[in-house]
Structures are given as C-alpha cells and as structure tokens.
Ligand binder design. Sequence first.
Ligand SMILES: [Zn+2]
Length: 229
Amino acid sequence: MKLNFSIDIERCLKEIEDFDEIKKTYCNNPYYFFNHYRNLKNKSSKEIIDFFKNNREEIEKELIRRKNLIEKNWNKINNIFFSEIERITESKWKYKSYRCHVCCVWAGRYDNYKNEITVFAFFNKPDYLATIAEELLHLHFWEITRKLQIRIEEENLKDFKNNFYWQLSECIPCLVFSHSDIKLKLKFGKYPDWKEVRKVFKKIRPLWDNKRNFTDFLKNAFNFISPQK
Ligand SMILES: [Zn+2]
C-alpha cells in the first residue's frame, strides 16, 4: 500500500475562501492555523483570503518543502501502518494507493468512499503523522461499515456533530491507537479530541474492551445506540 503526497495551491486558495466555514468547524478557533499564521490572528476572513492571494508563490514554495518532509517521515512508518490496521480491523484496505493533499487550510479531512485525505502542512511531526493515520483510518472505517450495509451520505453529515455514525467514526482512531495492541506509537490521547463524541465513547468503550473482533464490535456498537437518537 502506498500513500502519494501532493500539493495544490489552487485548491488551497479556493478552500480558504470558505474561511468562515472552517472557523465554524473548529468552534471558531482553528488553533492549528493561527499557530502557524500568527500574523493572521484577529484578521477578518477577507484579510486572510487576501493574504493568501498576495503571497501565493511564497506559500506554494513552503508547501512543497513541507510536503517533502512529511512524505519522508511518513514513509518510515507507511508499511507498518497499513499492515497493522489490516490486522486490527481484520479487513483489507480497499485501494492499492491513497493520496494525501498537503494543505495550508484544513487540519485534516478525508473524502469519503474515495482514496484521498488532507493534512495541514504546518503541524509538527507527531501531529501530522497522527492526523494522516487518523484520516486514512476514517476512510477504512467507512468502507468496513459499508460492507455492513451502513453508508453515510453527504446530506447526513450536514449536522455532523449530532450524527451517531460520525461520532462513532471519531471514536475509532482513539480506540485503535490508544486502546489496542497496535505496534505503532502515534500521538493519540486516551479520549477522542472532539468533546461532542465523548458520551458515545464512554458507552462503547466496554464493547471495545470485550469484543471478539472488530466487526463484532461494530455490530454491537450499532445495536447499542440507536442511530435515530
Ligand atoms: Zn477524525
């Protein structure tokens, strides 16, 4: 399995135009973004968009530099990551290769049912490795649930923070990386980062600890909490 890295400044410039949306996703504080772009703190969305337009070449150069570094460090754990996730989830990866868009806008994203993820270029090493691992695992999770006849459509994710399947999906990386025998040490806490998912996490944690296997765990989790609630 391979992860191919790339940058796309056009795409970043387009995505930054939705800066209000990005802020909303991160509870009005895209901390990772302002950690790097300190000069943009307290600036309006318009000023931020203009900054990116006016410094396009400089930013693109930085992105390429970061992409090369991230790629080099990810490659050291690439094989163990893909094989360990197959072992823990007892499911093969759907695609032979995946793409990672190294971006200066979003912290991390995945394109559901595709083979593409996004990672923020200016995270430090533990954070970018953990983010890449998390986003790839999300893609894998949705392919496994699809086999169990559970498929999530874009419109079901409009109010994503209240969506049970999304909440469950955000518990999975923490369970796999902090509460399993995975042979890969990445920066994950004992609890999921999103506070919206901690309630679900508490409920499903015992199911995880007592599972027979990964699919068994998922089925129990789906039965345990009605998606309608
Ligand atoms: Zn996530």
